[in-house]
Design a binder for this molecule. Sequence first.
Ligand SMILES: *Cc1c(COP(=O)(O)O)cnc(C)c1O
Length: 394
Amino acid sequence: MDNKNLTPEYICTHYGEENIEDKYYNAVIPPIAATSLHVFKDVETFIDAFGESEEVQFRYGRASNPTVALLEKKLAALEKAGGALCFGSGMAAITSAIMYCVKPGDHVICVRNAYGVTHTFLNNRLKKWGVETDYVQGNDPSDFEASLKPNTTLFYLESPTSLHMELQDLRAISAIAKANGIKTIIDNSWATPIYQQPITFGIDIVVHTMSKYIGGHSDIIGGLLCSDKETITEISNNYRQIDGGILSPFEGWLCIRALRTLPVRLKQSGENAMEIAKYLDKHPKVKKVNYPGLPSYPQAELAKRQLSGYSGLLSFEPHAPVEQCIKFGNDLKLFQKGVSWGGFESLFAMGMYKENGEYANRHTADRAVLRLYCGLENTRDLLNDVEQAMKAFE
Ligand SMILES: *Cc1c(COP(=O)(O)O)cnc(C)c1O
């Protein structure tokens, strides 16, 4: 099979596992390489392994591991990237990617509704090391141009974002970045590499939490970073190996297992989300539905140009006070209350704001954005659950 035209389904099920000789006792499933080190047949090979030798891949488990490397091979192929690195959490991948792109005195432009902990890292940790960040809405590529400074070295994107589902025009923004010698990172967790390959639009580094769709069963914490070969080698040698953030072999094995069903899981989750988004879109008590797959979504046209499918995360704003929003969440039976998403189970979460857009708590909030993650349950069961809970707004 031609490497460039591998289907995502092929990559998820078989890619990297074609050589029966590599398999342990010809098992259909690859083993978990639970080892901290690899030994050598003689001292000469041992010494050479720590020299320039390209052939020796595995020496010590903080640098690389055969199970994790198989997962990375699959994920790099899915993202159409030169290479991939797996980390012990999404945040470990995100902070390594950002640290690689900046130095003291630099300036970062980040999208306003990116993942909250990423903001905390930029606002607290990086600020301490002399890196300033400005935030932009990001829906219009000119937002980035308007905030450019002579010392801007990084655009940090997340498209779609995971509460408001806002998109950025990845082709246009990477063109602006390239013209100004600026690096680009995108958090691609909402779309997964099945529905969006940002590197093909000119983005430099793609990061993911694998704790969501890629892990897919709400039983692991993991992260992923994809880029060109040179960047991957540099981040592997001078960041992951030094910070000690590699994914463990067992979690790597669980992700290989989960990848086999990623396309079918996304399909079911996305179909569920589309049905619920359509239902909410027609509901008189609903002011706004945030789901890029809805034809009425303000960024639907851009979504079509960048995404080949729509996953299971949506949000909406009802015409209702915050107390009724809380009642809606409580009345849901199948949607459990919790952070995260991307697993088998449907989840409810809410963001609360003051009229001026600032974050608020349940006592100070003027309005709420209600998030529904649609899992792998039956579509009718989920719709019934949402329909009965909508009575909270009557
Ligand atoms: C959960 C999440 C992260 C952080 O990933 P962890 O695996 O929890 O460290 C980053 N980005 C997005 C969009 C997320 O939802």
